[in-house]
Design a protein around this ligand. Structure first.
Ligand SMILES: [Zn+2]
Ligand SMILES: [Zn+2]
Length: 468
């Protein structure tokens, strides 16, 4: 435990070095990074520690690796392409902020509808597929998954497809939106489709699923934890704001849109216990052959053989009957917003709250990393040309302290660089000369006298040459 604490402190040190913008950034980051890996490799040489966006991006090169997230990472602006992951990811209590996903993974997979028809399906989320994988202790804050596709498709916060994998002790906060029209598609807060274990995980999610084509009758799924499949879901907390616009068959559930055991078979025995659901699903089902499944826990139950108890809900089933306008969380035509930025604290992320001036609709984004408040740094050791200096800081808000290295002093300049002097003003040049010579003589007269002398010399030379 102590080792873990030290690792985290070292991580913060590196982060603050990065913020300082010193010349020694690259070297320092590498040094601290290497030290941490060396220190931890005693536990398991197989573990890869993730500190940066670049570290996260390299996971795709070794998708069966064993990973531990070492700090919160802001994913703003990162082009994240989801992939099939079959390793171990321990979020270690850390968060990925502002992750935006607009692509599906390269690998597609079979999904099944309630009549056991098979569809070749695109998948998206943090991962597109989790296969024999474990994801734990990870927070996704300000997640934004937005997919528009012509194929069958499932999207979920952690993964599009869960295949014999587990998701435990995770937190998902954000918005997932799918626009599709090909027969079979859905949105889930934690996973899109599949089977495995989802435990001790919470999702506070806005889910939007829009059928972009009224011509075909689709099988459409939406669920706070999972859109469709037969995962075990235990001890989870779901806060859902769902918007499902469908010209076909909807399957909406606070926990799961449809629970069925294809392709496992009806002898499979699942479990869904000790979950808490709050929120509302607003939907329409534009279909004369209406079923309009929408319930607090499970929308449609195809297979009844699962342990189902100790679940609680505060849920609103909100069915609409106008089919020409897609359902969305915010509907003002040309909204203007009042933005309020909340700065991060020692133990809290910052964020921006947007409030619509027309209707009062609120949304949050632009999360910022936790930050201690250290304004005064005391010098412990002065930097020299050969050795880094050291500064000590104390947070004004908590008892956190931090030591940071200061950069090496630059070697003394021997001569004025011509390129530098060219851009200097005469005054600056004058100061430079004063500093070098210690003389207080003003530069302009010196230059003037030099010019006159040079001019005189040139005249003398010309006259001399004229006489020859
Ligand atoms: Zn509004
Ligand atoms: Zn603090």
């Amino acid at each position: 435990m102590k080792q873990k604490h030290n690792l985290i402190k070292a991580g913060i040190l590196t982060a603050s070095l990065l913020l300082c913008g010193t010349g020694s950034i690259a070297v320092e980051t590498m040094r601290v990074h290497a030290a941490e890996i060396a220190e931890s490799s005693a536990d398991s040489s197989e573990i890869t520690y993730l500190y940066t966006v670049e570290d996260l991006l390299t996971m795709a090169d070794n998708p069966s690796g064993n990973y531990v997230l070492m700090r919160d990472i802001d994913m703003t602006g990162v082009n994240w392409i989801p992939f099939t992951f079959s390793g171990i990811l321990d979020g270690n209590g850390h968060a990925l902020l502002n992750l935006k996903v607009t692509a599906v993974g390269e690998e597609t997979a079979d999904t099944y509808d309630g009549n056991m028809k098979v569809y070749d399906t695109s998948l998206s989320g943090l991962f597109s597929i989790l296969r024999d994988a474990t994801v734990s202790n990870l927070t996704l804050l300000g997640l934004d998954v937005s997919i528009e596709t012509d194929k069958p498709c499932f999207i979920g916060g952690i993964t599009g497809l869960l295949e014999n994998s587990s998701i435990t002790d995770c937190t998902i906060n954000g918005t997932l939106s799918l626009m599709a029209h090909d027969r079979m598609f859905g949105v889930g807060g934690i996973i899109g489709y599949g089977h495995g274990l989802i435990e001790n995980t919470s999702a506070d999610v806005t889910l939007i699923c829009i059928d972009t084509d009224a011509a075909t009758r689709d099988e459409q799924f939406l669920g706070g934890a999972c859109a469709a499949g037969y995962p075990d879901i235990n001890h989870c907390t779901v806060q859902i704001a769902g918007y499902d616009s469908d010209h076909g068959y909807v399957h909406n559930g606070g926990l799961i849109g449809m629970y069925m055991f294809y392709p496992a078979g009806k002898t499979y025995y699942g479990s869904m216990t000790h979950n808490k659901v709050t929120g509302r699903i607003t939907f329409f089902e534009d279909n004369t052959n209406r079923r309009a499944y929408c319930k607090d826990f499970v929308g449609e139950i195809v297979s009844w053989d699962f342990l189902n108890g100790s679940n609680t809900s505060d849920f609103v089933r909100d069915e609409r009957f106008e089919y020409d306008k897609n359902l969305l969380p915010h509907t003002c035509a040309e909204p203007t917003y009042t933005d309020v930025v909340t700065e991060p604290g020692c133990d809290s992320f910052g964020y921006t709250l947007h409030t619509c001036n027309g209707c009062g609709y609120e949304s949050y984004d632009c999360y910022t990393l936790k930050q201690h408040k250290i304004t005064d740094w005391t010098t412990v050791k002065e930097a020299t040309i050969e050795e880094h200096g050291l500064e000590h800081g104390e947070c004004e808000l908590c008892d956190y302290t931090e030591d940071r290295e200061t950069p090496l002093l630059p070697p003394p300049a021997e001569t004025l660089q011509p390129s530098a002097s060219a851009s200097l003003s005469v005054d600056a040049l004058s100061e430079e000369v004063q500093a070098k010579t210690g003389s207080k003589l003003p530069l302009l007269p010196i230059l003037g006298i030099s010019a006159i002398l040079l001019f005189g010399l040139v005249i003398v030379v010309i006259k001399h040459k004229g006489r020859q």
